[in-house]
Design a protein around this ligand. Structure first.
Ligand SMILES: [Zn+2]
Length: 99
C-alpha cells in the first residue's frame, strides 16, 4: 500500500512500532534458527516466499511466506523448495553452509 504523503505519525505509533519490531526479533529465523534483529543487516527479519517467483503461477495459491533472516533469504534467492531444503539439511548436519 503506498504511503500517504505527510501522514502524521504520533509518538504512540513510534512506540508501538518499536514494540512490534521487538516482537519480530523474539522469533528465531525459521531456516537457520539464529536470533534476528534490526541492527545487523545479515540478521534483519525478512519475509520469505517459500516458492520462488518463477514457480508461483504453477503452484497456484500455495504461496506461503515465513519469517527468516536476511542472510538466509539471500542464500535461498530463487532456489526451488527441494534445492533449499537440501542446503538447509546439509547446514544442520555439518554446522556450515554447503559451498
Ligand atoms: Zn537465517
Amino acid at each position: 500500500m503506498p504511503e500517504e504523503a505527510g501522514a502524521s505519525v504520533t509518538q504512540r505509533d513510534y512506540d508501538a512500532a518499536w514494540m512490534l519490531e521487538l516482537m519480530a526479533e523474539l522469533m528465531p529465523c525459521a531456516y537457520c534458527r539464529m536470533p534476528m534483529n534490526y541492527r545487523e543487516p545479515k540478521r534483519h527479519p525478512t519475509r520469505d516466499h517459500i516458492w520462488p517467483k518463477a514457480m508461483r503461477s504453477t503452484v497456484g495459491n500455495r504461496t506461503g511466506k515465513l519469517w527468516c533472516c536476511q542472510e538466509c533469504n539471500s542464500r535461498k534467492a530463487d532456489k526451488t523448495p527441494s534445492e533449499w531444503l537440501a542446503m538447509l539439511r546439509a547446514r544442520h548436519e555439518t554446522g556450515k553452509w554447503p559451498s
